[in-house]
Design a protein around this ligand. Structure first.
Ligand SMILES: Nc1ncnc2c1ncn2[C@@H]1O[C@H](COP(=O)(O)OP(=O)(O)OP(=O)(O)O)[C@@H](O)[C@H]1O
Length: 305
């Protein structure tokens, strides 16, 4: 059986010593796995990553990375991991020099570094930007450089905190495929994203966090089948709807987005007629109704709402 690269047991984290923003979280990640950490803003994903990457100390629970305790072996861990956080920092020099400096900081030998710089420039479409100063790049281009440079050095485990923010769909797919390729070769990846299709496409297993806790965990298929008897009802309406009313009358109600009211239910046949009646009585016109199979997006909405 593959070894555990990340072991987290009953881990809690706090910034102020009072409120636990990560609250009794346990999960394990095996070598070569791509593990997705999903959750709303403020769910505790980055705090978990900060701790696993030894930026924040552990006071509660067990946190081991690469078989090493993060409290006692932070240096050893840092030598074997790559980290792409949401914020970036670059030198004042060109794209190419930035990559060179980053590789040198990691002691990547000259010839190897040269070859890897060419590879990542090709993959991340940076070749034509090589002479541009990094600070003058667009947001998406900066992100590409930030992710690309992390692949210059050897590592066993890579942390990617929303690495595709600002990337166009083609580049996003390229980056995901590159990560998949590296994982096939043995790299373990801990990945956060707000884009459910991305997690669905990339991650071997997914944990959904809410208010500092893991509220669902498993493969995408497992999560979908767990909630598979559920259907998503999307009702497009014209007219003003009272959110609080809907919430009270229909526990299946999930959200209103623009003119779309979304519900998730096991009993579409029961809920739908009641809903139609409710809109009729409220003088709200129904434009159209769609009933769909559950997607990871729906699972997410269901478990965090
Ligand atoms: N430096 C900090 N000081 C105090 N509180 C913080 C700090 N950083 C985060 N928090 C709080 O901890 C909680 C978890 O934040 P965290 O950044 O881990 O969430 P997240 O899941 O990564 O969110 P996002 O998707 O927005 O990145 C939030 O309530 C946040 O306000």
């Amino acid at each position: 059986m593959a070894e555990d690269i990340i072991e987290v047991e009953h881990f809690k984290q706090t910034y102020d010593g009072k409120k636990f923003v990560v609250d009794d979280v346990s999960f394990h990640v095996k070598r070569g796995e791509i593990y997705g950490l999903l959750g709303k803003n403020g769910a505790g994903k980055t705090t978990t990553i900060r701790t696993l990457t030894t930026i924040m100390p552990v006071h509660y629970g067990k946190v081991k990375v690469l078989g090493l305790d993060v409290s006692t072996h932070p240096e050893k861990i840092r030598q074997r991991i790559g980290v792409v956080l949401q914020s970036e920092s670059f030198d004042f020099t060109t794209v190419e020099k930035n990559l060179k400096i980053y590789g040198m900081l990691w002691d990547v030998p000259g010839e190897v570094l040269k070859a890897r710089i060419e590879e990542v420039m090709e993959v991340f479409d940076l070749s034509r930007l090589r002479k541009i100063r990094a600070l003058e790049l667009s947001g998406g281009q900066k992100k590409r450089l930030q992710v690309a440079r992390e692949f210059l050095h050897d590592m066993d485990l890579l942390f990617l905190d929303e690495p595709t923010v600002g990337l166009d769909p083609i580049m996003r797919r390229t980056v995901l495929n590159y990560i998949k390729e590296k994982a096939k070769a043995g790299l373990t990846v801990l990945y956060t994203t707000q884009i459910m299709e991305e997690a669905d496409y990339l991650c071997d297993r997914i944990a959904i966090m809410n208010n500092g806790k893991i509220v669902a965990e498993g493969t995408s298929d497992f999560l979908k089948s767990k909630y598979g008897d559920l259907k998503t009802i999307k009702i497009h309406i014209s007219g003003n709807v009272n959110r609080e009313d809907l919430k009270m009358m229909f526990p299946e109600f999930v959200q209103i987005e623009g003119d779309e009211v979304r519900l998730i239910s096991k009993n579409v046949e029961d809920v739908l007629p009641d809903m139609i009646l409710y809109f009729k009585r409220s003088g709200i016109h129904i434009e159209r109704i769609n009933v769909e199979e559950t997607s990871l997006d729906d699972v997410f909405l269901r478990v965090v709402s």
